[in-house]
Design a protein around this ligand. Structure first.
Ligand code: TRP
Ligand code: SF4
Length: 330
């Protein structure tokens, strides 16, 4: 690994369950490219998971392994990037604490995800100190590696904006230590889940990377299509069809065009159309499953890979914290 000079990329995932196709298309495909171009840190953020899963904290460890398996399965390479566990690099907690001192409460109260998540997850109490500070912890994750780029979806834009505000405030008070990280927005069409809404873990409509072919079939064949196609003879519009969002992600362009034409002219039925997509989806996922299975058989190896990542991350984080403590005058 050439640690020096290369600009730093950091991103993270909450270990709340295995990764789904939306994560694959929206994030992981991009992370794969970035690991060849930058010094990438990819972290599984257990403490962020804890902020909403504190009543079920025992599940976090299993989900951590699931996420790591998905990452290794899609081809994230521990030789090229640093894969690590946030909660094993305690400096994140120290920096979170320090950043919290310079973060005015109203900045946190106006972050839209704070209220949105409370709305979405009404079965638990998210009106906590820790949950309000979620984006401050995220800021610490990012700036402790002096990351220049953070590849995330649009939903994280407000957290990155807050990170930059905190950086500016910190640097003004204590001196220029942190660069302002830029968001690397992944411009990808949203994938629909099994119910036609945006694919999301919290909607329970996710198609998982690790789902075997039978499950993929069970999830995809009953999906709603363009509602104009009540009968086989009714023409449809692929751009109004949730299933076609999956075509766009997994079917080669030429075949996509052919299918779109078939849909618009009622030349192809929805069953056949879905079956074609399923075939390409399986073809895409087969090598992922193969790599994943090899690691599934040897979870110890996965934990070792993460521990190696923890060590590398720790080294970088410690260096930054030395600078931070000096800047505080401690
Ligand atoms: N909040 C992010 C999410 O829900 C997860 C996250 C935590 C993160 N720390 C991060 C993402 C740092 C990017 C960088 O997806
Ligand atoms: Fe959707 Fe395909 Fe049916 Fe068209 S033919 S409505 S794209 S499933």
């Amino acid at each position: 690994m050439s640690e020096q000079k290369k600009e730093v990329v950091l991103s993270g995932v909450r270990p709340t369950g295995p990764q789904h196709l939306g994560n694959l298309v929206g994030a992981l495909r991009n992370w794969l490219k970035l690991q060849d171009l930058y010094q990438c840190f990819y972290t599984i953020v257990s403490w962020h998971a804890l902020s909403s899963e504190y009543m079920n904290s025992k599940g976090i460890k299993d989900n951590t392994l699931e996420v790591a398996l998905d990452w290794l399965g899609v081809g994230l390479d521990p030789e090229k990037c640093v894969m690590f566990l946030q909660s094993e690099v305690k400096e994140h907690a120290e920096l979170h604490l320090i950043l919290s001192m310079v973060t005015p409460l109203p900045w946190l109260e106006r972050v839209p995800t704070f209220k949105e998540m409370q709305q979405e997850l009404q079965d638990r109490d998210l009106n906590t100190y820790g949950f309000l500070g979620y984006p401050v912890l995220q800021a610490a994750d990012i700036v402790i590696y002096k990351a220049s780029f953070v590849p995330v979806g649009e939903d994280q834009a407000s957290h990155l904006e807050l990170t930059r505000e905190i950086v500016r405030r910190f640097n003004r008070i204590f001196g220029p230590i942190f660069p302002e990280p830029q968001t690397l927005l992944t411009e990808v069409p949203r994938l629909a889940g099994t119910d036609g809404r945006k694919m999301s873990k919290s909607f329970g409509n996710a198609i998982l990377i690790k789902d075997p072919p039978e499950i993929l079939r069970q999830k995809i064949m009953p999906m709603i299509t363009d509602t104009r196609r009540m009968r086989r003879s009714d023409p449809g519009e692929p751009n109004d069809c949730p299933v076609f969002t999956l075509h766009k992600a997994f079917v080669p362009k030429e075949k996509q065009d052919e299918i779109a034409h078939g849909c618009r002219t009622a030349g192809i039925g929805c069953r056949e159309c879905k079956a074609v997509m399923l075939e390409y989806l399986i073809k895409t996922l087969e090598p992922v499953w193969e790599r994943r299975k090899a690691f599934e058989k040897n979870p110890k190896l996965v934990w070792n890979i993460l521990e190696e990542g923890n060590k590398k991350a720790r080294r970088a984080a410690e260096q930054t914290m030395d600078e931070v403590r000096a800047a505080l005058g401690f």
